[in-house]
Design a protein around this ligand. Structure first.
Ligand SMILES: Cc1ncc(COP(=O)(O)OP(=O)(O)O)c(N)n1
Ligand SMILES: Cc1nc(C(=O)O)sc1CCOP(=O)(O)O
Ligand SMILES: [Mg+2]
Length: 218
């Protein structure tokens, strides 16, 4: 695990966050992660909803090695116990997951905690929530990766940008190289993607192009 002050500095500088399941890379998760991180992914989260904890820890060990080699952050989705056991840098919590104070009480100050937001009140709360290190707004567009979740769209991105908060925040949901310009024009400076990299024929090139687009926006 990266020290918490170094991890918070890396988070502040992060622009491209990737969620992947354990099957990316067609059986070679390490090669996939290396490619994505070399391309410019700053944070990599294991998001694999069906997986058992033992398998999840094995995949996290692979991602942790890759993150260590590239000096990037490793994130766990949903589960504080798994984040602790894996020595992860980040735990990501949705609105239906553990409340931030409960996760903070379990993990102490070492692990960064992020929060998903889908409405203005949730964004306003996450921007002020003690113990939350970052938040996400989405989905920007409806996405098969999160079926059935209504998309608040670019309006929520504009709302978050309008808060002028110092807390890092990311836009998520349906973002790819073709539409990232709209997300940036709406005021986001950080993005989260799944399919744009996991389903790319060349994950290195996909990450590189997205990272260049987001970093180019300032
Ligand atoms: C970085 C990031 N942002 C948002 C999510 C979504 O979290 P949640 O709403 O809890 O949905 P699931 O991913 O758990 O299905 C995320 N995982 N990561
Ligand atoms: C995991 C997730 N959370 C969302 C949210 O709005 O909180 S949208 C989403 C899926 C994003 O996948 P893709 O980049 O493939 O569209
Ligand atoms: Mg969740």
């Amino acid at each position: 695990m990266t020290s918490s002050s170094a991890a918070r500095e890396r988070l502040a500088d992060a622009r491209l966050y990737l969620c992947t399941d354990a099957r990316s890379g067609r059986g070679d998760l390490a090669a996939f992660a290396d490619a994505a991180l070399a391309g410019g992914v700053d944070v990599i989260q294991l998001r694999d909803k069906g997986i058992e904890a033992r398998e999840e820890l094995a995949a996290l060990a692979v991602l942790a090695d890759a993150c260590r080699r590239h000096g990037r952050l490793l994130a766990v989705n949903d589960r504080a116990d798994v984040a602790y056991a894996a020595g992860a840098d980040v735990l990501h919590l949705g609105q239906g997951d553990l409340p931030v104070p409960a996760a903070r009480a379990l993990l102490g100050d070492e692990v960064l905690i992020g929060r998903s937001c889908h409405a203005e009140q949730e964004v306003a709360a996450a921007a002020e929530q003690p113990g939350a290190d970052y938040f996400c707004t989405g989905p920007v567009w409806p996405t098969p990766t999160k079926p059935g979740r209504p998309a608040p769209g670019l309006d929520l991105v504009r709302y978050a940008a309008g808060l002028g908060t110092d807390r890092p925040w990311f836009a998520i949901g349906g973002i790819d190289l073709g539409n990232v310009g709209e997300v940036l024009a709406a005021g986001a400076r950080r993005i989260v993607v799944v399919r744009a990299v996991t389903e790319a024929a060349d994950p290195y090139a996909a990450a590189r192009a997205l990272a260049a687009a987001v970093r180019g926006a300032g």
